[in-house]
Ligand binder design. Sequence first.
Ligand code: IPD
Ligand code: CA
Ligand code: CA
Length: 268
Amino acid sequence: MHPMLNIAVKAARRAGNLIYRSTDKIDHLTVTKKSHADFVTEVDRAAEQVIIQTLLEAYPDHAILAEESGAQGESEFLWIIDPLDGTTNFLHGVPQFAVSIALQHKGILTQAVIYDPVRNELFTATRGRGAFLNDKRIRVTKRLHLADALIGTGFPYSNFQHIDAYMNILRDVMQQSSGLRRPGSAALDLAWMAAGRYDGFFETGLKSWDIAAGCLLVTEAGGLVSDLGGENGYVKTGHICAGNPDIHGHLLKLIAPHLTDGLKATKV
Ligand code: IPD
Ligand code: CA
Ligand code: CA
């Protein structure tokens, strides 16, 4: 395992264990509302601190972009961290959440870890070396047709700027695919797609920490990721379409007539 991935795994496991231990205390947690339907708990913050501490102990000069504490440091190495993806699930005792850590080197994703502490599933990827689930190689599905495909998504829940376009896309995917799921953790959705559990995934308005690690997992598992117009600005815009190469193409075709200006492709 690449030494930087190894450190990221150590950080993700520490945070995951902390989160898992807190699941029987959810009724006593301090919960703060960041915006409409967007909550943060002391567990999110504590998990983030454990991750940052572990990473900076090994690499004191690296820069950090973390959901709860923001940006720190300047370096060509940038760690992008979502300490707890799926906070709403966590708060309700729904066992679908994960720790997500990615490393960008000079703007290119090079390492990825997504850890699901409930199932003890560790998804990892290093650029050019494939994607793994608990040390077993994973690959995207080979399904060719949308009619046979299971598609993951996330509903808009706080910012409803793109809701009309999203609903149009949702209606078409609902009618043309074999099924749709909204499990509530974008990081796990992408990791599951990489592992062949879904054939495709789309969502609007995500943040870079929701998707950075998941995107590398998908591409290293042989899948494709783009924004909703097929371009590559998705880590910034958060409008994302992923899939095995065939399903990704079908989804883009289905989405095209519903693309509004706000959701349009942004070349980076
Ligand atoms: C959320 C989850 C969810 C997605 C939201 C994200 P959080 O992250 O990934 O699946 O639909 O857009 O914000 O807030 O639980 O870290
Ligand atoms: Ca998130
Ligand atoms: Ca989070």
